[in-house]
Write a protein that binds this ligand. Structure first.
Ligand code: HEM
Length: 255
């Protein structure tokens, strides 16, 4: 059976495939959306970790994102707009990444055989990225939907009650490992792919980038675990008063 294509006169199928710029554009869009998400995630981890500096610090960061210090009152809708932007980036990034997943049993078998044969570090990293990326499809969506619909419920007590009394901590614990591995490997692969920070000796450059990658992953995992422990601790202490909104020290003093 033969298919019919409308190609300009004198252009063969092979030419048309060779001249398409879409694969390159899609690769670029995948890299850029991954870069933006990775950078967002680093910022996110620091903002959420403000709880380690105290309840007032976390309250201040949460209200700042709602425009409280700019407009004199909170507009949680601003947070929903940010979440919507992150969600759109994730959808784009996941859609583009799906092209690279093995699509059927034969492709999985072929990849698994190659991976076992090669024993190549970067191939194994790619594999970890596929698995953690797949996990993120589901786990990040649950978290983002909550943030999208209840943007005003972010604060020292509000977040801690969610983490502990509303039992979000198991999701956050797994999500933390999945996202830190995924983002770390993703940013490392991005640097290798586009030659950023590699230097003239590519082997030495890769080794250096790998060391930086593991150091960053270890740092953000440690920060994330300490942060989660802080929310759990406050959540346990606050168990008897679930639903109470946190009032910062200076507002209490005024009252
Ligand atoms: C790429 C998307 C995202 C991922 C993978 C992600 C992941 C996580 C993880 C792993 C935690 C637990 C923190 C820890 O263990 O230290 C967390 C907590 C938190 N995230 Fe995200 N996050 C994402 C997007 C967002 C966005 C867009 C917001 C915007 C408001 C947000 C707000 C929060 C808040 C406030 C917490 C503290 C706990 C809570 O209030 O429930 N996250 N996130």
């Amino acid at each position: 059976m033969s298919a019919q294509f409308d190609l300009p006169a004198g252009v063969g199928l092979a030419d048309a495939a060779r001249k398409s710029r879409w694969p390159a554009r899609m690769d670029w869009a995948q890299s850029m959306s991954g870069l933006l998400l990775g950078l967002f995630m680093w910022g996110h981890m620091f903002f959420v970790a403000s709880i380690l500096l105290g309840k007032d610090a976390m309250w201040t960061i949460a209200r700042a994102f709602e425009g409280y210090f700019l407009f004199g009152r909170s507009y949680p809708g601003i947070v929903s707009v940010i979440v919507g932007g992150v969600l759109a980036l994730i959808v784009l990034h996941a859609f583009l990444a799906m092209r690279k997943f093995p699509a059927n049993y034969r492709q999985w078998r072929t990849f698994a055989a190659h991976r076992a044969l090669l024993h190549h570090g970067d191939t194994t990293l790619w594999w970890i990225q596929v698995i953690t990326g797949f996990m993120l499809f589901f786990m990040a969506s649950v978290h983002l939907y909550q943030m999208l619909m209840h943007p005003g419920m972010i604060g020292p007590y509000e977040s801690s009650d969610r983490v502990w009394s509303e039992r979000w901590w198991p999701l956050y614990l797994v999500l933390l490992f999945a996202v830190e591995l995924h983002a770390g490997i993703g940013l490392y692969r991005l640097a290798v792919k586009w030659g950023w920070f590699v230097g003239p000796d590519s082997n030495a450059g890769r080794r250096r980038l790998q060391a930086i990658k593991w150091a960053l992953t270890a740092f953000f995992l440690a920060l994330g675990l300490a942060t989660l422990a802080a929310y759990i601790k406050i959540g346990i202490e606050h168990e008897g008063r679930v639903g109470e909104i946190y009032v910062p020290t200076w507002q209490k003093a005024q009252q």
